[in-house]
Design a protein around this ligand. Structure first.
Ligand SMILES: C=CC1=C(C)c2cc3[nH]c(cc4nc(cc5[nH]c(cc1n2)c(C)c5CCC(=O)O)C(CCC(=O)O)=C4C)c(C)c3C=C
Ligand code: FE2
Length: 321
């Protein structure tokens, strides 16, 4: 039998500033994420960035935390629901794990083996449709490292980027089309990346080319819904410097109302499940900036999360893996 491991970057254990600092330090210590040497990344992350940003970021997490039942990060909440639905509807064991922090990959492998002693294959499904060194590559490296260190009965596969897979585009468009009435422009919002990492990927070819891949998603999205690409904008969020992919959602969106586009909907296809980067950066911060700049209507399109249509799409994407 096959098992599925849903992987994502990670999230703090709670909104407590110490937990947030620990998470930020773990992430920013990764040389594949920062593009800097390991010793330098670790030093900077633990001694400077995490201590100085932990409390500020913790305030953002408090605004989006999932407080029903047991309080939990929305990222984990949606991933658990997605895993449960996949398990129920497809009859295969499914676990979730994070690149940084908990739940961790080694425990997820053990749990899959416990659920299904006859497991012969595990497919890792990254909740990042587009390739990036800071998401896909670092997750693949870390999982391989854990997998090959211990003997396992099953073999391991990693799903390729699915940015152009018809099932992903179908899920995205069937879901998003319900939010597109009465708008002047549709905004595609993606996580920004340092230009150095983007260019390095571009040189390796389109399987590693973040911008090529996300523009393909946008093109296919417009084609499927018969949207004129001139009625869309591409913005990048969560940049950490000037030499990152732009225009920036958290500054440049303010220009739209002045140009006469006062009603927008924002979709973030790079995030199949909601998290801080969608719920806060888009749903709270970008909305506020847009409305303060004279906007009249701001529609935040939630991620696919655990919608049935996304469960079906994942299953179809895994067929070719
Ligand atoms: C498409 C997905 C993502 C890309 C690409 C990405 C690149 C990237 N991220 C950082 C630094 C941080 N990311 C943080 C949180 C975070 N990032 C993503 C996704 C991508 N990151 C997710 C899903 C999350 C988790 C959010 C949650 O709900 O918990 C954080 C911590 C939070 C914060 O401080 O904002 C940091 C730090 C870099 C440097 C980078 C590319 C080089
Ligand atoms: Fe990130």
């Amino acid at each position: 039998m096959r098992g599925i491991l849903l992987i994502n970057v990670g999230t703090p254990a709670s909104t407590n500033p110490n937990d947030v600092k620990e998470f930020i330090a773990a992430m920013l210590s990764d040389p594949l994420l920062t593009g800097k040497p390991e010793w330098w990344s670790k030093f900077l992350a633990k001694n400077i960035i995490a201590p100085s940003s932990g409390s500020r970021v913790s305030e953002k997490y408090k605004l989006i935390w999932h407080n029903e039942e047991t309080p939990v990060s929305p990222l984990i909440y949606h991933m658990r629901k997605l895993a449960e639905k996949l398990e129920e509807q497809k009859g295969v064991p499914v676990e979730i794990a994070m690149r940084y922090g908990k739940p961790d990959v080694a425990s997820a492998f053990r749990e899959l083996e416990r659920k299904c002693p006859l497991l012969h294959e595990v497919i890792v499904f990254p909740l990042y449709p587009h390739y990036a060194q800071s998401t896909t590559q670092t997750s693949k490296d870390m999982i391989g490292n854990i997998f090959y260190r211990h003997p396992h009965s099953f073999r391991l596969k990693f799903a390729e980027p699915y940015y152009n897979h018809p099932a992903y585009i179908h899920a995205l468009t069937s879901y998003a089309k319900n939010y597109l009435d009465d708008i002047d422009k549709l905004i595609f919002s993606y996580h920004s990346l340092p230009l150095t990492q983007v260019e390095a990927g571009w040189k390796k070819g389109k399987e590693y080319d973040y911008v090529y891949q996300l523009k393909e998603t946008n093109r296919l999205f417009c084609e499927k819904l018969d949207i004129d690409p001139h009625d869309t904008f591409l913005f990048y969020s969560s940049q950490r410097g000037k030499k990152w992919l732009n225009p920036f959602l958290d500054t440049d969106i303010r220009d739209l109302p002045k140009l006469g586009w006062k009603k927008v909907a924002v979709v973030a296809p790079g995030f199949p499940v909601d998290n801080l980067e969608t719920l806060y950066d888009v749903g709270i911060e970008a909305r506020k900036l847009f409305m303060e700049a004279g906007g009249e209507k701001f529609t935040f399109i939630p991620a696919l999360n655990s919608n049935d249509i996304w469960v079906e799409a994942i299953w179809k994407i895994l067929e070719r893996t």
